[in-house]
Design a protein around this ligand. Sequence first.
Ligand code: PSU
Ligand code: MN
Length: 301
Amino acid sequence: MTLVPVLSPEVAAAKQAGSAIVALESTIITHGMPFPQNLKTARRVEAELRAAGATPATIAVIDGQLCAGLTDTQLETLAQAQGVAKLSRADLAACMALGHTGATTVAATMIAAHLAGIAVFATGGIGGVHKGAEHSFDISADLRELSQTPVTVVAAGAKAILDVPKTLEVLETYGVPVIAYGQQSFPAFWSATSDLIAPLQMDDAANIAAAHKMRARLGLPGGQLVANPIPIEAEIPQSVMAPVIAQATAEATAKGISGKAVTPFLLQRIFDLTEGRSLDANIALVLNNARLAAAIARELI
Ligand code: PSU
Ligand code: MN
């Protein structure tokens, strides 16, 4: 029989009541932001969801148990833990079978959310096709997951540490709907716009929810990517980010960073090089994504 994640009391109550629930990932906590901002942000995102009428379900593997919804103590422990495993689709079962603890990426969070019957998930940015992927073959498992697991993921687009045009091409190949929210431009994470037009545009949560339901009726297995632009007052212009990203990427190449370590390395270097400004933007966009995800989840009840 298929495993059901361990639900926190709050998530169990929401399921019982049939009210809106939004999944959250945990790699952003353990590998995406430094302590203590990671813990503070995780708590603020959860609070934002509750204020918007949805119950937060942060996903992680704790001592072998796949959890949907963490208690505040579990959140705090995870945020301070050293050397926590980063779990994508390939790593999830082994971590659980061996009784270990790990943080879930977008791909693994989608799998857990679906097992828990949660259809909407808010994060910062998804993984994608890395620059130089024609040599490294480094393409995040997040893209394939979006093509096979029926969860609507709200993110602020893809960040320019990735090859964004190639990321959009792969999403198209995999049949993943990419929906820009409220604008034509595909947002660029720290910046609200890019020079790429998103394949689809929708301006309200009800339409995004309707498209999610229609995919299910068609028997299409995958999810949707909702690209929600960072609030304009919190954005960092591309002109500021471009040289920072170029430097961080060059350092990663020079140091021979590869595999799972690439994304966390780049995020940390960009944080250092922008003296924390990238983190402030990251926090603002995650909160903004939580608000939209809550609205979509409420439409899906
Ligand atoms: N983008 C962010 N912050 C993050 C990540 C992506 O802005 O923390 C994390 C997510 O968990 C995403 C993962 O699923 O990095 C992608 O890693 P990789 O590129 O190794 O697939
Ligand atoms: Mn990778």
